[in-house]
Design a protein around this ligand. Structure first.
Ligand code: SF4
Length: 287
């Protein structure tokens, strides 16, 4: 069968992830660099974490309690990942005068500023996104009063009587954003809505949907813990296309794609080009 492989133009590392990985690589490649410790896995991609680990980066529990701080080497440099950390953690880092390399994505900082402004004005904040995701818990810590909502049905549990601010996790998909904010505005016309989805997310999700229209099957490459890669796979499945979510590129075999002629390929914002190239070379073996 004659096959065609179409790769999304917007696939793989976004600007925020590229910046965080570059900060780590520059530090590790620099002779006098201190012992580099990332607060939590720098990105949700095991191959990148392993590679940086081989070069000397340690991954610490992001909660970084007093005991963990006491065990840090004297020359430790602490790297904050693109998701950012909780306000309390910034306070702890400051209190102990620890040496910080801040990889927080500028877009996440912009969302944080909206939340800080609301907190200053005494307004509650509703964050649309995944409860427990590092970006969401980090952002939530800057709110005076914050609630996470992840679906339209959860809007029913809100009980707000004064103006409040609504933001969303940077990687939220547009249909969830639209449906949940529509329901919030129906119940609370005084809600102040900020669409804080990031451009990188927007472009990857839109392009994935348009590839779904033109392909017989979709391959989505990304780490199993990567929220934005999981969303890309959900979006492709939701369009009704056969979707293959590849979380372990070295051990993945393209045999399942046998029946499909036009194959679309996309990858989450934390997927390195090397993983995309590896999958493409495996797919080309089908042609
Ligand atoms: S997905 Fe968007 S917000 Fe998240 S790191 Fe990338 S550019 Fe920043």
């Amino acid at each position: 069968m004659e096959r065609e492989i179409i790769v999304a133009k917007e696939a793989g590392f976004c600007a925020g992830v590229r910046r965080a990985v570059q900060l780590a690589s520059d530090c590790l490649g620099n002779e006098p660099c201190k012992a580099l410790c990332s607060l939590g896995p720098l990105i949700h991609n095991p191959s990148v974490i392993e590679e940086l680990g081989r070069k000397g980066m340690r991954v610490l529990d992001p909660s970084l309690d007093e005991e963990a701080i006491s065990k840090l080497p004297n020359n430790a440099k602490l790297l904050i990942r693109a998701h950012g950390v909780k306000k309390e953690q910034y306070d702890v880092l400051k209190k102990h005068a620890l040496d910080i390399l801040d990889g927080t994505c500028p877009h996440v900082i912009a969302i944080r500023k909206i939340i800080e402004r609301a907190a200053k004005e005494g307004e509650p904040v509703v964050i649309l996104g995944d409860k427990g995701h590092a970006e969401v818990t980090g952002l939530m810590s800057f709110a005076k009063e914050g609630i996470v909502v992840s679906s339209v049905t959860e809007v029913a549990s809100l009980n707000l009587t004064k103006p409040f601010t609504v933001v969303c996790q940077s990687t939220l998909d547009s249909s969830t954003f639209e449906s949940v904010t529509k329901e919030i505005l129906r119940k609370y016309p005084f809600a102040k809505i900020f669409n804080t989805r990031c451009q990188a997310t927007e472009k990857r999700q839109k392009e994935a949907l348009s590839l779904c229209e033109n392909c017989d099957a979709m391959v989505v490459i990304g780490g199993i813990g990567s929220a934005n890669s999981n969303r890309l796979a959900e979006i492709c499945r939701g369009s009704g296309k056969a979707t293959f979510f590849v979380t372990d590129p070295p051990n993945w075999e393209p045999k399942e794609l046998g029946p499909y002629r036009r194959i679309g390929v996309t990858a989450g914002a934390s997927t390195p080009q090397s993983d995309i190239d590896l999958i493409l070379s495996k797919l080309k073996s089908l042609i």
